[in-house]
Design a protein around this ligand. Sequence first.
Ligand code: PLP
Length: 389
Amino acid sequence: MSKVASLAEVVAEREVTAVNLYDLAKQRDRLGGRIEARIDDVLKHGQFILGPEVAELEEELAKFAGARHAIGVSSGRDGLTMAMMALGVGPGDAVFVPGFTFSASAASVAPLGAEPVFVDVDPDTFNMDPAALEEAIAAVERDGRLTPKAVMPVDLYGLPADYAAISGISARHGMRVLADAAQSFGGMLGNSQVGTLAPITATSFYPTKPLGAYGDGGAIFTEDDDLAEAVMMIRTHGRQGSGDHALRIGMTARLDTIQAAVLLVKLQSFSEELVRRRQVAEAYTELLSGLVETPKVSDGAKSAWALYTVKVPDRDAVRERLAAAGVGTGLFYAVPLHHHPAFERWVPEGLSLPVSERLAGEVLSLPIHGDLEDAEIAFVVDKLKDALA
Ligand SMILES: Cc1ncc(COP(=O)(O)O)c(C=O)c1O
């Protein structure tokens, strides 16, 4: 959508009666035939585990990101755990995780016997606040129980985190950075693609992600040959190639061949879908200015726009009104990580993350995807105006 001159005009252009938060049907109409053909190839050759489509996709993903290695894995969350295994994260280690993200970011730390340490986020970018990271590291060092080992910035809603600041802090404390890019594949900082912004990066191909499979999947990106070799062993039971020995503790964490076949087709139109997501985001920002607080994009960054998230003080009531008017929305996330029962044991007494706590009550994600039409954007904006009135 270039400019929406008249809302009423665009809404009238096509009768829109509802807009879901996600809608994969249009993408399927565009790509379904080609996807089915590639799935059929897999059914015929029968190499369901690490078939040729996985290597082909890895090559294409590495090319897209400009990364030395791309390794297909079973999910984003497994990818994070595997990246930490490759980095040697273990019992007694602290991994710094934002307090405002999906629970999988912190859950990925637990199987290693390490502990997530929650860090507050920046209210404008929703991403880890470097100043809060410094404070959290200082607290861990004062306490002396854990060794600061790794930092996990999360590129929330598709916007890359402040890797320059976080990498500097991390290096000063002898830590490694691993990027949770589950939502941000396709995003950029300057001329660098997500996948090259940290020594090791994990993304997700969960169906509703910008590049989504038809099931679970993910990928790890790294420039480091040793980390890449470690990850490839970890995804196949700790074995090297077809070797008989488990050389390290591994997992069953490969990207499925059928999912690789689906992703190979989707990757072909991914750049165009990213352009459309950016157009949708720009249109929302223009049309909603002055009505609600719209998301900001940091200087030099390009978001993959996995989600378009506004801040609404009376969020729950507005969300209910939107649902009644036919607009699907999402709450990402209604609960900050330090308030999840599963993570209670890692929350120091009295921990307060004021920004994460406030955002959890205000954020509201609107429909955005690569096939959203102008009339649908106008419908969402129209209904949001009514809901706020
Ligand atoms: C920020 C974040 N981290 C991790 C994950 C986990 O990815 P997956 O669902 O592929 O395991 C997700 C996905 O839902 C996510 O949004």
